[in-house]
Design a protein around this ligand. Structure first.
Ligand code: ATP
Ligand code: SKM
Ligand code: MG
Length: 184
C-alpha cells in the first residue's frame, strides 16, 4: 500500500452524505487527514462564496441556496483524490444525485436519541432543522431512501467516536471502496 490514494483513479477518494449533524464535516476532516488527502466541505465552500447559510436562506430563499450548493458540489466532486463532505440536503438535487453515481459514497447515520444533543449545540447554523428533533426526523424519513440508494457503504455515528469511524472509512478507501451496506 502506498501513501497515495488511488493514484490512477479519477474523482474523489470518498464522498460523505447523510442527515444534518451525522458528523460528515467532523469525520470527513479526519478521513482526509488519515489519507493525507485534500478535504472539501460544500457548506464551507458556499459560505466562502456567498456568506452565512442562514442569511442565504433568509434573504435569497432555499432555491437559490440549492443552486449555490449544486455548483459547489460539482466543483468539489471534480477534485481527484479529495475527501468531500456534502451538506445534508445536497443529494436531493437531481443533478447532484446523478453525479454521485459510481462514486465512493459513504452514508453516515445517527439515531434520533443521538441527534438531540448535537442539534442543541448548533441549531442556529441549520435553518432547516431549527424546529428541532421532530423536524429533523421528518426530513430524514423523506431523504433516507435517496441516501441509501446512493451510498456504497454506511456507518452509524450514534455511539462510536468520530476518530474510530474515520479510521475505518480510511481503511475502506484504501481497500478500494467495496460495497458495504451493513452499518456498524
Ligand atoms: N461520532 C461522533 N460522536 C459524537 N459526536 C459527534 C460525532 N460525530 C460528530 N459529532 C458532533 O456532532 C455535531 C455535528 O457534527 P458535524 O457538524 O460534523 O455534522 P454534519 O453531518 O457535517 O452536519 P451538517 O449536515 O449540518 O453539515 C458536532 O457537534 C460534532 O462534534
Ligand atoms: O439538511 C439540509 O438541507 C441542510 C444541511 C446543511 O448541511 C446545510 O447544507 C443547510 O443548512 C441545509
Ligand atoms: Mg457539515
Amino acid at each position: 500500500m502506498t501513501d497515495t490514494v488511488h493514484p490512477d483513479a479519477a474523482g474523489p477518494a470518498a464522498v460523505l452524505i447523510g442527515p444534518p449533524a451525522a458528523g460528515k464535516t467532523r469525520i470527513g476532516k479526519r478521513v482526509a487527514r488519515a489519507l493525507d488527502a485534500e478535504f472539501l466541505d460544500t457548506d464551507r465552500m458556499i459560505v466562502e462564496r456567498h456568506g452565512p447559510i442562514p442569511d442565504i436562506f433568509a434573504n435569497e430563499g432555499e432555491a437559490t441556496f440549492r443552486a449555490y450548493e449544486r455548483d459547489a458540489v460539482a466543483d468539489a466532486l471534480a477534485i481527484d483524490g479529495a475527501v468531500v463532505a456534502l451538506g445534508g440536503g445536497a443529494v436531493m438535487t437531481p443533478e447532484t444525485a446523478k453525479r454521485l453515481t459510481g462514486m465512493p459514497v459513504v452514508l453516515l447515520t445517527l439515531s434520533a436519541e443521538a441527534v438531540a444533543a448535537r442539534l442543541e449545540k448548533s441549531a442556529s447554523t441549520r435553518p432547516l432543522v431549527a424546529g428541532g428533533l421532530a423536524q429533523w426526523e421528518a426530513l430524514v424519513e423523506r431523504r433516507m431512501p435517496t441516501y441509501e440508494r446512493l451510498a456504497r457503504a454506511s456507518w452509524d455515528t450514534s455511539t462510536f467516536p468520530a476518530d474510530r469511524i474515520a479510521l475505518d472509512i480510511a481503511d475502506w478507501v484504501r481497500a478500494g471502496a467495496p460495497e458495504r451496506k451493513d452499518a456498524s
